[in-house]
Design a protein around this ligand. Structure first.
Ligand SMILES: [Zn+2]
Length: 198
């Protein structure tokens, strides 16, 4: 949590999210993952939560899951691929039609044991979609993981799930926002960063 807060990846205040809803907490994992040494440490911590599972490959949804997927795979033991390469980290991405799929020659062996890794779960939608792609490709999802679970543990995944940080973050329509009612005004984190760019 300290790493996220010091990197500005979790902020407390009064924010207007990209959805238009207001919230007292803003989460942007890219702000902590921009530091490769922090990303490596977070990957090690997340990988350690799956020490009881046999994992052959890490699959992440692009773009948000790519960096943490890479770092989790780096930290995993390599049950099949040998010390030299370790477990691979691959990713799913959208094709021209907007569907998630494996591209770039990425493939899975029948029954290949997969850990799906993502940065943040809000509804878990990208992780569910990634599970579907892995299963269609013949892989077997044995577990799913995320750095941050914004749902407060409410998402029911069909396999073992672990997150490093669990948050329960309420968000409100502006007219129902208790922070607005107290007289505050919400800031848009994205536009504030844009203005601070020289
Ligand atoms: Zn508000």
């Amino acid at each position: 949590m300290n790493m996220f807060e010091s990197a500005g990846a979790i902020r407390h205040g009064h924010f207007e999210l990209s959805s238009g809803l207001h919230s007292a907490t803003y989460v942007q994992c890219a702000l902590v993952l921009r530091y490769p040494r922090l990303a490596e440490k977070l990957g090690q911590a997340l990988a350690a939560l799956f020490s009881d599972a046999t994992i052959q490959t890490v699959v992440s949804p692009a773009l948000g899951g790519v960096i943490i997927g890479q770092e989790v795979a780096r930290a995993l033991p390599a049950p099949r691929y040998g010390v030299e390469t370790g477990a691979p980290a691959i990713f799913v991405e959208r094709n021209a039609g907007g569907s998630l799929c494996l591209r770039r020659g990425f493939t899975l062996e029948p029954g290949e044991k997969v850990l799906v890794v993502e940065d943040v779960w809000t509804t878990g939608g990208s992780t569910f979609d990634t599970i579907s792609v892995v299963e269609e490709a013949g892989g077997l999802v044995v577990a799913v993981g995320a750095l941050i679970d914004r749902s407060g543990g409410k998402i029911e995944f069909p396999v073992e799930s672990q997150s490093l940080i669990g948050l329960s973050i309420p968000s409100y329509a502006p007219e129902e926002c208790p922070l607005c009612r107290e007289g505050g005004s919400a800031v848009k984190p994205g536009s504030r960063f844009a203005r601070s760019t020289p």
